[in-house]
Ligand binder design. Structure first.
Ligand SMILES: C[S@@+](CC[C@H](N)C(=O)[O-])C[C@H]1O[C@@H](n2cnc3c(N)ncnc32)[C@H](O)[C@@H]1O
Length: 220
């Protein structure tokens, strides 16, 4: 059930409740803990998805049977490892990262997780990296988690390269609380939402940051 407050955006979660649910439902194995700690250990920004969001991505891969996955924004490989650890032997994840140090740390943690055969980290700017992998498409899942100001362009790429029934996800879909601002950057994130709603069955899941999810439908 909801009530007027929760429907209006109030969250009943607290830090303690979030931690409890993370630990009950989404405890880290060794590889996931190591990738989660890697940004702090390597003086990188600690901006990976939350523990429960990582578990959600992992469950979604299992539920949909996704085999070909694209991620924009690797950081230290935490979300990539989460998604790829349940890929079949035929599955592959391409993750694009423009910071060489991040890409290198991610490759180390992916190797530690035993997933080097399953995950390719492409060190490139988002759109350039996407252009490099089109021959592997159509894809089953695309996860956007890099520069939000180009989410509209990544969305167009995803719309073109996902199979019908494929899933598009975008984290930080509330744009850090600025989604409705009158700025060019906020407008780009809104274009992603609005375009997705036209050619996908979509929802913005009210996670703390907003997680947009859509299933590509055939265009009429
Ligand atoms: C939020 S972090 C990704 C977190 C990761 N998905 C996780 O949850 O473990 C965003 C990453 O995108 C990278 N990035 C930012 N702008 C980019 C761009 N234009 N092209 C590729 N990567 C970019 C950043 O360097 C950073 O490592």
């Amino acid at each position: 059930m909801g009530d007027q407050d929760s429907r209006a955006g109030t969250s009943y979660s607290t830090k303690a409740i979030s931690l409890y649910c993370d630990e009950v439902h989404a405890p880290h194995g060794r590889a996931m803990q190591s990738a989660f700690d890697a940004p702090q250990d390597n003086a990188m920004p600690e901006i990976m998805v939350g523990q429960s969001e990582a578990r959600f991505l992992s469950l979604l891969v299992q539920l949909t049977g996704a085999e070909k996955i694209v991620e924009v924004g690797t950081l230290a490989g935490y979300s990539a490892i989460s998604m790829a650890q349940h890929l079949s032997d035929h599955g592959h994840l391409w993750s694009i990262e423009n910071e060489p140090k991040h890409a290198e740390v991610a490759r180390q943690h992916i190797a530690q997780a035993g997933l080097s055969e399953r995950i390719t980290v492409i060190c490139a700017d988002g759109l350039d990296g996407l252009a490099q992998i089109v021959q592997h498409g159509p894809f089953d899942m695309v996860f956007l988690d890099a520069d939000k100001e180009r989410y509209d362009q990544y969305q167009i790429w995803a719309e073109d390269h996902l199979r019908v029934g494929g899933v598009l996800l975008a984290d930080n879909a509330y744009y850090f609380g600025h989604l409705l601002d009158e700025t060019d950057d906020a407008a780009a994130v809104r274009r992603m939402h609005e375009r997705t709603s036209l050619s996908f069955q979509s929802v913005c899941i009210p996670t703390p940051d907003g997680l947009m999810m859509g299933m590509k439908t055939r265009k009429d």
